[in-house]
Design a protein around this ligand. Structure first.
Ligand SMILES: Cc1cc2nc3c(=O)[nH]c(=O)nc-3n(C[C@H](O)[C@H](O)[C@H](O)COP(=O)(O)O)c2cc1C
Length: 186
């Protein structure tokens, strides 16, 4: 089974990309987490450019989501909301509507920020956007606040409660993704 990880940060040393790696280690061995690396290449959404076959970066994003059984999004918070690059990717992924690659796809959301509240607003907004798009949004959040001090040298979360929430969230995501994959194969 394959989960696509999308980090909402372009930063080389991103806490959110680190959080995706921690999530990969919390998944069962038979579940592969592939981190999408094309956020920077996506053009700003423009309906005039949303044509067939379309921009190669957009085709790659939509195909990566279509090929995955589930999606895990780790978002920072910028000015109380979703980083523009992540919202832009979700806008591209939402088309064609209905019938986009995110339609019915199990998606879980978590997030890290250097502030106290761990990108809680951004996570809530990503879940709202995913609901509008028609994804199968997993209940639950994982706000990692003060992210500068949240990980050990091996990229694991230092806080044991946060590790448990992470494991629970990705387990539910994998179960939901597995059920959908089984139904599609039947
Ligand atoms: C433009 C900008 C706005 C930010 N706004 C918020 C914010 O509203 N809330 C918050 O918790 N952190 C905010 N931050 C801090 C980011 O959450 C922090 O830089 C985080 O580490 C970015 O994620 P990354 O480590 O994955 O790159 C902001 C950072 C920037 C650059």
């Amino acid at each position: 089974m394959k989960i696509l990880g999308i980090s909402g940060s372009l930063r080389r040393d991103s806490h959110n990309t680190r959080l995706l790696r921690a999530a990969a280690n919390a998944l069962a061995p038979e579940v592969e987490l592939v981190v999408y690396d094309g956020l920077r290449e996506l053009p700003p959404y423009d309906a005039d450019l949303d044509t067939q076959p379309g921009d190669p970066a957009v085709v790659r994003l939509r195909q990566a989501i279509a090929d995955a059984d589930g999606v895990l999004i780790a978002t920072p918070e910028f000015n109380g909301s979703i980083p523009g690059v992540l919202k832009n990717a979700l806008d591209w992924a939402s088309r064609p509507f209905p019938g986009s690659s995110l339609n019915g796809k199990p998606v879980a959301v978590l997030g890290a920020s250097t502030g106290l509240f761990g990108a809680a607003w951004a996570q809530a907004e990503v879940r709202k956007v995913l609901g509008v798009i028609g994804a199968d949004v997993i209940d639950g959040e994982l706000p990692i606040g003060q992210a500068d001090g949240a990980f050990d040298d091996d990229g694991r979360l230092l806080d044991l409660d946060q590790r448990t929430v992470l494991a629970d969230l990705v387990t539910v995501l994998a179960e939901r993704a597995g059920s959908r994959a089984a139904a599609a194969a039947a």
